[in-house]
Design a protein around this ligand. Structure first.
Ligand code: CA
Length: 235
């Protein structure tokens, strides 16, 4: 596993890097936004810890640029908790947010929880045995291959981030069920995740855009008023 730590306060960057290394990660550290994007291309990290306030390119722009070529988990660090609402509103595409000061232990616990996310790739039957049948779920023109983590729309591959795929996988695993935001958080982020549940809406928004879904009249990811979301049939 590879981690990229982007933080201009050098001692904090070193500290976070040392926690990742202690947990068995290969950690790369940089202190500058532009350099972070280049480094992310080079090292292809699994996890990116990204400070919001950075020289040359801020964390929002770094996250946007990294998102164009990487599905790494991104944890954003902010100086003030109010900034998190702004970030969620901006649809930056981070997977999680932490406000400074935070304990490196908490950061590592969140990272480990993200990496332990259920993959939904091995559906278990009632007897507890792994069911290898039908890993591909079809909803109209949409196909979801849960074992390969691939998604096709009208035969064209759709590039989803890990979070977007995990949400689609959770929804499509029980297509008749309406999920609350909290249920989706439990499935995708893990039950110990604490934060603004509207983070789910941000990722659903991205997912819908990639599926060509219209929020008002969606084929695949439907809004259930007062509850949350459910899978649509695609017709
Ligand atoms: Ca900073």
């Amino acid at each position: 596993m590879r981690a990229l730590v982007v933080e201009d306060e050098a001692p904090l960057a070193e500290l976070i890097g040392s926690y990742f290394e202690r947990d068995g990660f290969e950690a790369s550290i940089c202190h500058d936004g532009l350099q972070a994007v280049a480094l992310a291309r080079d090292v292809d990290p699994d996890v990116v810890v990204l400070d919001l306030g950075l020289p040359s390119l801020d964390g929002i722009e770094v996250c946007r640029q990294i998102r164009t070529f990487s599905d790494a988990y991104v944890v954003m660090l902010t100086a003030r908790s109010e900034e998190i609402d702004t970030l969620i509103g901006l649809s930056v595409g981070a997977d999680d947010y932490l406000t400074k000061p935070f304990s490196p232990r908490e950061l590592m616990a969140r990272v480990q929880a993200m990496l332990r996310r259920p993959r939904h790739s091995r559906e278990r039957t009632d007897s507890g045995a792994v069911d290898h049948g039908a890993p591909v779920r079809t909803f109209g023109a949409l196909s979801i291959d849960t074992s390969g983590r691939d998604v096709w729309l009208d035969g064209e591959a759709v590039a989803l981030t890990r979070t977007e795929f995990d949400l689609l996988s959770a929804l499509s695993a029980r297509p008749r069920m309406a999920f609350s935001r909290r249920q989706l958080i439990d499935d995708v982020w893990g039950p110990s995740w604490v934060g603004d549940e509207h983070l789910v809406d941000v990722h659903i928004g991205h997912l819908r855009r990639k599926l060509g879904d219209d929020a008002a009249d969606s084929l695949y990811v439907r809004t259930v008023r007062g509850v949350g979301y459910r899978m649509g049939t695609g017709t």
